[in-house]
Ligand binder design. Structure first.
Ligand SMILES: [Mn+2]
Length: 328
């Protein structure tokens, strides 16, 4: 499909022009896709539109403070917007119904697959919520506590609480502007970053036992099997924090977390540091994401999957002269 690039101005015009909108988030919803979807919902409601937000999966309870019941919009005459959805496959259960009919995609992933009719992409934005903030400002929407909380949640969660390399002065300026409202950032950050269930702690212990190191200890692999998920009752978004563990391990520049998602399917989440590029590595295998954080779904046995991802990492380490040891 021929995907047309939208500017901020085009996007504002598009959002003013239509009356009925369906906003889609990605599967395994995170703070950014939900924050962006609901902030856009509240903004469009102020413009008098009919708007429905649809999430392919159950939304975790921890996001309840900015959610609400949305309109029911009939699919026939609705304009479909996907937020923070880089690839139609990430629509999960909604892909069949909406994968080829997204009218506007608002996103910040450099790997965006350009599947929508129109695309407003800002790959320099740390979060889709940054883009939504600018859109709502351009639309002269009146911000309130709920909109500010939704946007702050997206900014904080997509940046690891403002720690990642994607953070810019603009990210902080937007966060500062959101502090004009009663966002209770300390409460949001405690829930998003510093709270885990006892079951999750048990799962983390099991996962740490699977740690393997490769390429002179520059690459770390952690594995979350289906059995571990079953035993602890932890799944989906509960497991996001585990993909960050490798970041804290000295010397690791490629951290892989392999999560079993089916009998022979695995999702590999990759976190990289300079000079490696996670997005390029995952793209080679059919996935994508950001420079320092990307993911890919692979089929086969766990060993097959490990070999595939390790080969791709090794290749890039060699290209970028990141691995000089002859040990492996
Ligand atoms: Mn995002």
């Amino acid at each position: 499909m021929n995907c047309i690039d939208f500017t901020l101005k085009d996007t504002v015009k598009f959002l003013k022009k239509n009356s009925n909108y369906i906003i889609l988030t990605h599967a395994s919803p995170d703070g950014d896709t939900l924050g962006a979807g609901y902030a856009l919902y509240y903004g469009l409601k102020q413009l008098g539109k009919r708007v429905e937000v649809i999430c392919p999966d159950v939304i975790p309870q921890k996001f309840a403070y900015f959610l609400c019941d949305t309109d029911h919009v009939s699919r026939e005459n609705a304009v479909v917007i996907a937020v923070d959805v880089a690839d139609k496959r990430l629509l999960g259960a909604l892909q069949e119904d909406f994968g080829d009919t997204v009218d506007l995609n608002i996103d910040h992933h450099v790997s965006n697959a350009r599947y929508a009719k129109n695309l407003y992409l800002d790959a320099d934005a740390a979060a889709t919520c940054e883009i939504i903030y600018e859109l709502l400002s351009a639309l002269k929407i009146k911000f309130n506590d709920t909109i500010a909380k939704a946007l702050y949640t997206g900014l904080a969660t997509d940046t690891g609480c403002f720690k990642y390399s994607c953070v810019t002065a603009k990210t902080h300026k937007i966060a500062a502007a959101l502090y004009d409202y009663n966002i209770e950032a300390d409460v949001i950050n405690k829930v998003m970053f510093d709270t885990k269930s006892k079951d999750l702690l048990t799962l983390e212990r099991m996962v740490l036992d699977t740690a393997e190191y490769h390429f002179n200890d520059k690459c770390m692999i952690l594995t979350i099997t289906a059995a571990m998920q079953e035993k602890t009752g932890c799944s989906g978004p509960d497991l996001e924090g585990i993909t960050e563990i490798s970041r804290s391990v000295e010397g690791v520049i490629a951290g892989v977390t392999i999560k079993q998602t089916g009998s022979d399917t695995y999702k590999a989440s990759l976190r990289t540091y300079d000079p490696l590029n996670a997005s390029e590595i995952c793209k080679k295998l059919g996935g994508g994401g950001h420079k320092n954080a990307a993911a890919v779904t692979l089929c086969g046995s766990l060993d097959d999957v490990k070999v595939k991802i390790l080969d791709a990492i090794k290749q890039q380490m060699e290209e970028k002269h990141a691995w000089t040891s002859a040990a492996e």
